[in-house]
Design a protein around this ligand. Structure first.
Ligand SMILES: *[C@@H]1O[C@H](CO)[C@@H](O)[C@H](O)[C@H]1NC(C)=O
Ligand SMILES: *[C@@H]1O[C@H](CO)[C@@H](O)[C@H](O)[C@H]1NC(C)=O
Ligand SMILES: *[C@@H]1O[C@H](CO)[C@@H](O)[C@H](O)[C@H]1NC(C)=O
Ligand SMILES: *[C@@H]1O[C@H](CO)[C@@H](O)[C@H](O)[C@H]1NC(C)=O
Ligand SMILES: *[C@@H]1O[C@H](CO)[C@@H](O)[C@H](O)[C@H]1NC(C)=O
Length: 521
């Protein structure tokens, strides 16, 4: 391996091992490069293509934008066609109220779509900020129209499911007809909430008074493993369990149980299973990567899932800072949730480890039976775990300087030799897409694609596995990016050295081809 040999050499000559550890993209495509053509879609007067929902057939893509929901036909790679569109903007009255509350009529008093979920075969569920007055409704898929589109008919109240402010972070997940959401629950934006709504069971939420979440909580992702009783939320918040001279942010994972129905006398209409724990992503001698931007759960047959998360550090913001990818096994999360609880010592105002007797069933576990008042009372102040979740191998999988990763998607693919590879697609705050493959010796950045001609953050990144395509959402449109263009590699050596698991050299035809195409020969 020439790269490894070089690394060893420079380790001897230059003490800063950082130079060696940092993977560089093998190929970089500038914006508009004909070797990496991107299919673009946008509609006149429509902006903020923030939310994607891919139909399971991968033939249709639903998009939530500003005052608009679109249905796009995407079955043929290289083509995106508008099939239908719904205009759903706030009423003049709502816009006036929004402006009256000192919000901008130019940038804020619109309906930014934030939730778009496939409720069943015939209906989508959709929520938007609706000029700082969140609203939700249903969409008929048959004719792509809003359900309550009749004049004067009120939409459903979206409070607790959708943020008020388009700047606020959010995450939502539909499981078995119920919506699990993490968002801000008020206009001021200082009351975060994790809620469960829709469906026929009791509405559940986090307790604000007990401060289960810090006022600045920023949600980045949520997921659940099918056939498992748990839903996980990933977020960022100010930690108050440390004595620290400045505001300290920590990345967290929280867990609730699907079987939770809330308490009877204690914790009525509140989660009785809410637990949270700290995520760790750090390497020796460096500032910890403590700001989480996004997380992606890659399902795993035996261990449930591996969670890939992207971070930066609070102490090195901007371009000169670095970004990290850390991977957590679901088992590692579960181990921490099975461990010791923390509790706040009322006299000293310090967080200590709970040393009292164990209870059976364990409070906060996904136990289906009724919980005693004693167990529920315990849960009111024992929601923070003492243990921290460490990444696999105890360190980041990838560290890259001078970049902020805002989104991640991971694809498991089979190379030409039958080996399974994991490919990470990382979108940056400046509008680049890095494709990195995990190799035994460490990650290798196969390519970097500049998505836009002027720098701006990628808002959404969605992988269409079946079609081998990525969808990128940003302020003024949608891009369709094929996972690879193997024909840019002209020779056998180039094709092999690219170490792109999607590509293989076809010796008969003398060309570098997509693995599926090559395998079909
Ligand atoms: C792939 O690369 C080849 C060779 O550079 C180029 O002719 C072709 O247009 C590219 N295809 C795409 C989809 O970018
Ligand atoms: C876009 O907005 C402008 C100004 O409001 C309007 O004149 C134009 O007709 C709109 N275009 C479309 C396609 O809706
Ligand atoms: C889908 O959900 C909608 C809204 O709750 C409901 O009206 C409709 O009957 C459901 N359709 C099916 C096929 O279950
Ligand atoms: C759309 O289809 C639904 C369900 O079939 C129907 O109730 C509704 O009236 C239709 N809306 C329009 C505008 O045709
Ligand atoms: C950081 O990236 C910018 C472009 O995004 C580039 O101009 C600059 O030279 C880079 N700095 C370093 C130290 O790599």
């Amino acid at each position: 391996m020439p790269a490894a040999a070089l690394c060893l050499l420079c380790g001897v000559v230059i003490p800063a091992a950082v130079l060696c550890a940092e993977p560089l993209p093998r190929v970089a495509f500038p914006s508009g490069d004909p070797r990496r053509t991107l299919t673009h879609f946008s509609q006149a007067n429509v902006s903020h293509y923030d939310i994607f929902l891919l139909h399971e057939s991968e033939e249709e893509l639903y998009v939530g934008a500003r005052d608009r929901v679109l249905a796009l036909t995407v079955g043929t790679p290289g083509s995106i066609r508008a099939k239908a569109s719904i205009t759903w903007g706030p009423t003049a009255e709502k816009t006036f109220e929004c402006a009256f509350k000192k919000k901008s009529q130019e940038t804020e008093c619109f309906n930014f779509i934030r939730v778009l979920a496939a409720l069943n075969k015939t209906h989508l569920y959709v929520c938007g900020t609706y000029a700082f007055s969140p609203a939700c409704t249903y969409i008929h898929l048959e004719n792509f129209t809003l359900m309550s589109s009749g004049r004067g008919q009120p939409f459903l109240d979206g409070k607790g499911q959708c943020p008020f402010d388009p700047q606020h972070t959010y995450t939502a997940l539909l499981v078995d007809g119920e919506l699990y959401a993490g968002t801000m629950n008020n206009f001021q934006g200082n009351e975060p909430i994790i809620s469960r709504s829709l469906g026929s069971r009791t509405l559940l939420k986090t307790d604000t008074f007990l401060r289960w979440l810090s006022a600045d909580t920023a949600f980045v992702a949520s997921f659940s493993v099918p056939e498992d009783d748990k839903v996980y939320f990933f977020f960022e918040e100010t930690a108050d369990e440390f004595d620290f001279f400045e505001r300290l942010l920590v990345p967290r994972v929280a867990r609730v149980c699907k079987s939770d129905v809330g308490g009877d006398k204690v914790l009525q209409k509140k989660w009785t299973t809410f637990l949270k724990a700290q995520l760790v992503c750090s390497q020796p001698g460096q500032f910890p990567f403590n700001v989480i931007h996004h997380a992606f759960a890659l399902p795993h047959r035996d261990r449930g899932a591996d969670i890939y998360a992207v971070f930066t550090s609070q102490w090195q913001a901007g371009r000169t800072g670095s970004a990290a990818v850390c991977v957590y096994r679901l088992e590692a999360l579960e181990e921490v949730f099975k461990g010791k609880y923390k509790e706040l010592n009322k006299e000293s105002s310090r967080w200590t480890v709970y040393g009292g007797p164990d209870m059976n069933p364990r409070p906060g576990s996904c136990y289906m039976g009724p919980s005693s008042d004693k167990a529920l009372t315990f849960m009111k102040d024992h929601f923070l775990m003492d243990g921290k979740v460490s990444p696999t191998q105890g360190r980041p999988l990838l560290v890259k300087t001078n970049v902020t990763y805002t989104r991640i998607a991971v694809h498991e693919t089979r190379g030409v030799s039958g080996t399974t590879y994991r490919v990470m697609f990382l979108a940056t705050a400046e509008g680049f897409l890095h494709k990195a493959v995990e190799l035994p010796r460490g990650p290798h950045i196969v390519e970097s694609v500049q998505l836009f001609s002027t720098p701006e953050p990628v808002k959404n990144l969605l992988l269409s596995r079946g079609k081998g395509i990525l969808y990128v959402g940003y302020s003024s449109g949608i891009l369709q990016v094929p996972v690879a263009n193997c024909s840019v590699h002209r020779s056998c050596a180039e094709c092999v050295l690219a170490r792109d698991p999607y590509c293989a050299w076809h010796s008969l035809e003398g060309s570098c081809q997509h693995v599926h195409a090559a395998a079909d020969m």
